[in-house]
Design a protein around this ligand. Structure first.
Ligand SMILES: [Zn+2]
Length: 147
């Protein structure tokens, strides 16, 4: 089962973007240059900070981070329920990711934004769609971290 999800060649679920992996546990992947620059892209071929080229080594990105900034979205594409909270989450490796914030009440977030900035959050997953072959397409979001 775990290997099926990784390869995506059979009935297993599939991650929605290349920098999101489902196995062994859902997490983001990136690449890190020798100069220290980290990119949220496991297939990065060059570093824009120091100019190094060649495939950069892949790294696993932490599943826990902190909200850097957020916005309450009131209008979106047809079929997307609003309002919801969109955020940029800073991750310990030095990258940030744009994501939906689950389990945060949009109205409450607007009333007391200071409670959301710097909020510790952790990665969570949901099934965003089914692909043409009927596999679950799994996406990620972040939610307040459980401690
Ligand atoms: Zn570099």
């Amino acid at each position: 089962m775990a290997e099926q999800a990784q390869t995506g060649t059979d009935g297993g679920p599939r991650p929605i973007v290349a920098y999101f992996k489902l196995d062994p546990k859902p997490h983001l992947v990136g690449s890190r240059c020798a100069c220290g620059a980290v990119y949220l892209d496991p297939n990065r071929v060059a570093c824009s900070k120091c100019g190094a080229s060649g495939p950069l080594p892949q790294i696993d990105i932490s599943t826990k981070g902190k909200v850097y900034v957020f916005s309450v979205i009131h209008q979106s594409f047809p079929g997307i329920k609003t309002p919801y909270v969109s955020a940029i989450v800073d991750l310990p490796e030095g990258v940030s990711v744009r994501t939906s914030l689950f389990d945060v009440d949009p109205e409450q977030a607007q009333k007391e934004p200071q409670k959301i900035f710097d909020l510790p959050v952790e990665l969570t997953t949901y099934v965003a769609a089914k692909d043409r072959e009927g596999h679950d397409v799994v996406a990620f979001a972040f939610k307040p971290a459980q401690n």
